[in-house]
Design a protein around this ligand. Structure first.
Ligand code: C2E
Ligand code: CA
Ligand code: CA
Length: 713
């Protein structure tokens, strides 16, 4: 997975996990805070209500206490001998001991006497008189032993709240004692304490400070003359103040935990992703070479095809199949095979350009995907580069190995296609390349598909024919001596007459038989038929075509000798025709077969000489007795000197190596004459005879008289 993509998924993991976690935290925080604020507010309110009640009671207590004190002082003074002395002693005890600001006596006639005389009166005379008559109205008519509750009233004194207390004068019936006492700090403290408030005070006007609560002190007319103020107890707020740091700490811890959790999750996701990426890599790569595998190739082609869409964009697929890999693997061991594959993958890596895609898609199959264009130049050019890359031998352990490869190419420009289509077509081309011989590349053409279908049909039909043994036969084409024009032998040629398709040419079915392995059975059939004829025609050479595939079979020589024995044909009358491609074969098996057959006296001819690798220097490895100059050199002989020069060169070289020369496909006298001039030893061609049935060739042998000796050089 590319790094950028990885990063993005990581970020998206963080986003998807972190955002809900943060949202959850915020919601929880807001909810808890709101709940706490509401709870604190209501606790504060309830506490204030209770405190206000307690403070009101405290104020009431103060009024009662002052009334009680004034009553007591009155009774104490009443023990004085005369009413004047009693009044005097009361005034003294109220003003000096109890701290009254002023005392007034209101008698039954509403006469007001204020003490001390210089005290500023808090009320007008009529107000005093009103208080006096109000008090008198509450007095019991008979003598009473109970304390009179008196009358109290808040008033303003020098701008500060004060309390007026009116009690009856015990000694003088009908006289009211009206005391005026300033409400002081000590009383405020007492009241505050009774309400469990920290501090309290009396004030003339209501404070605007929100930290303070107040109760109005109403005067005679019901309007406030002052206030009692206190700092209320706020248990909710206090709790909040205490709880906030703990709460913040809790949130912080929660936040950290969530962050840690998210971190863990992101890390876990990353680990899963990494192992997923690793698994993906393993699933898409070949263990041995580290190259992408078939699945990766298919995916890559799929991507390219999707990218291409409707636009014209060339996609080239080269399928490579190593020649002879299976044999190396079988004979040198699997380790050598593995080492070879690694070495091959390295060579291939070196041969391709950046941007080209290399995969190992099977045992010894590789694929390259490139954009080289659709002409028949780009991809074949790359295949040449690949062949060049294998020009030098690969060194595996101590041995150097030459390895060849067949390449099938498909070049696709536009249109609908699937990876499967491209690979199938490349495979068809590869099949063709392999059939054509090694180290070849073949570009796929549409008709190859039909050809392939046809080949499949041929294979199935040939299998049936071999099983039934009725449709196949062998014909013989005479070999004619150049000097005597007598038939000295014949070449056995396979014939197939199909009940529905009629005559099918060997050029068609032999390659199929070679590609499918059916050549083994077919070859033995032809050999056996040829040997039957050979046994009946002692002294004539019977030539049999042998495929490279047959020669690579370790048991081949023995099979041939068995058939000779079985048919009683003489080994020296048999000639096997092999093609030049075998000369390139480094196979020990095929050379061993040839040695065994030659040692038994069987002759070897090199067929189609001049068409293949044409390197006579290989001949020392596979000693042969005869070369057959291919028809393509014979046909143009009458046309000019140049073709004659080529043919002459071939004959000269062969003779220099002590080899007999047969010219194939001689159709005219002119060709025969030129070839005779060049020194060819034998002729074969329609000029003399096409291939004929076994019975016929035996007749021809008989007609041509006694068997001539093998032509001497
Ligand atoms: P080949 O070995 O080169 O055989 C000679 C071919 O040339 C034969 O074609 C023959 O009919 C043809 N021919 C002979 N004289 C003339 C001529 O004057 N003019 C022309 N145009 N053609 C001539 P055929 O029978 O179709 O065989 C084709 C090829 O099939 C053979 O080429 C050989 O390579 C292969 N083949 C045939 N039978 C067998 C067989 O039993 N085993 C193997 N392995 N290959 C076989
Ligand atoms: Ca032949
Ligand atoms: Ca030939």
């Amino acid at each position: 997975m590319p790094a950028i993509e990885k990063n993005e998924t990581r970020q998206s993991y963080t986003r998807t996990l972190l955002l809900p976690a943060i949202a959850l935290l915020v919601i929880a925080g807001v909810t808890v805070t709101a709940f706490l604020l509401i709870a604190a507010g209501s606790a504060d309110r309830r506490a204030l209500e209770r405190q206000t009640q307690a403070i009101a009671l405290g104020l009431e207590d103060t009024r009662m206490e002052l009334t009680l004190e004034q009553n007591h002082a009155g009774y104490d003074a009443a023990t004085s001998p005369s009413p004047q002395q009693a009044s005097q002693s009361l005034v003294i005890s109220l003003l000096e001991q109890l701290g009254y600001r002023a005392v007034a006596f209101v008698d039954a006639q509403d006469q007001v006497q204020i003490m001390p005389p210089d005290a500023a009166p808090a009320f007008s005379t009529s107000e005093y008189a009103a208080i006096g008559s109000q008090l008198r109205a509450t007095l019991p008519t008979g003598p009473s032993r109970t304390l009179h509750p008196g009358i109290t009233r808040y008033a303003s004194l020098d701008g500060s709240p004060a309390l007026l207390v009116a009690t009856p004068m015990p000694q003088t019936a009908g006289t009211a004692v009206v005391g005026l006492v300033a409400l002081d700090e000590r009383m405020a403290r007492e009241i505050a304490r009774s309400g469990m408030a920290e501090s309290g005070r009396f004030a003339a006007t209501r404070t605007t400070d929100l930290q303070w609560s107040s109760l109005p002190l109403n005067g005679a007319d019901g309007s406030p003359v002052g206030y009692f103020e206190w700092q209320p107890d706020r248990p909710g707020t206090a709790l909040l103040a205490h709880a906030t740091p703990a709460l913040l700490a809790a949130f912080l811890v929660c936040g950290l935990l969530v962050a840690a959790l998210v971190g863990r999750l992101v890390q876990a996701a990353r680990v899963t992703e990494d192992s997923h990426a690793r698994a993906l890599f393993a699933a898409r790569h070949d263990d041995l070479t580290g190259l992408p595998n078939r699945a990766a190739l298919t995916a890559h082609l799929g991507d390219l095809l999707v990218q291409r869409g409707n636009r014209p964009l060339p996609i080239n697929v080269l399928l490579l199949d190593l020649d002879r890999f299976k044999q190396i693997n079988d004979t040198q061991g699997h380790q050598a095979g593995d080492d070879l594959l690694v070495a091959v993958s390295q060579r291939l890596r070196g041969a391709i350009d950046k941007g080209q895609f290399l995969a190992r898609i099977g045992g010894d199959e590789f694929a390259i995907v490139a954009a080289l264009g659709t002409d028949n130049v780009g991809a074949p050019f790359l295949s040449r580069a690949i062949f060049d890359a294998f020009a030098d031998p690969l060194v595996i352990g101590k041995s150097a190995m030459h390895i060849g490869t067949s390449i099938g190419i498909v070049s696709d420009t536009a249109g609908e296609a699937t990876p499967g289509d491209l690979l199938r077509k490349a495979d068809i081309a590869l099949h063709q390349a392999k059939a054509a011989g090694r180290n070849r590349s073949v570009v796929y053409e549409e008709q190859m598909n039909e050809l392939l279908q046809l080949e499949r049909t041929i294979e199935a039909e040939l299998r049936d024919a071999l099983r039934l043994g009725e449709q196949l036969s062998v014909q013989f084409q005479p070999l004619v001596d150049q000097k005597t024009r007598k038939v000295v032998g014949a070449e056995a040629l396979a014939r197939w007459h199909h009940p529905r398709f009629g005559q099918i040419s060997p050029g068609r079915f032999i390659p199929v038989a070679e590609a499918t392995g059916l050549i083994e059975a077919l070859g033995l059939f032809v050999l056996r038929e040829a040997c039957r004829v050979g046994a009946a025609a002692k002294g004539r050479t019977i030539a049999v075509n042998i495929s490279t595939t047959q020669l690579r079979n370790a048991g081949f020589a023995e099979q041939v000798l068995d058939i000779l024995h079985e048919t009683r044909m003489r080994a020296e009358d048999l000639e096997i025709e092999i093609t030049e491609s075998i000369l390139l074969d480094e196979e020990h098996v095929s050379s061993h077969n040839l040695m065994t057959l030659r040692a038994a006296g069987i002759h070897v001819a090199l067929d189609d000489f001049g068409t293949g690798y044409s390197s006579l220097s290989y001949l020392h490895r596979y000693p042969v007795d005869r070369i057959k100059i291919d028809r393509s050199f014979v046909s143009p002989l009458a046309e000019g000197e140049q073709s004659v020069a080529v043919a002459r060169a071939l004959v000269t070289v062969a003779h220099a190596m002590n080899l007999e020369v047969t010219a194939e496909g001689v159709e005219t006298e002119e060709q025969a004459n030129i070839l005779a001039g060049l020194g060819c030893n034998t002729f074969q061609g329609f000029l003399f005879s096409p291939s004929v049935e076994a019975v016929r060739i035996l007749e021809i042998f008989r007609r041509d008289g006694k068997a001539p000796a093998r032509s001497a050089l």
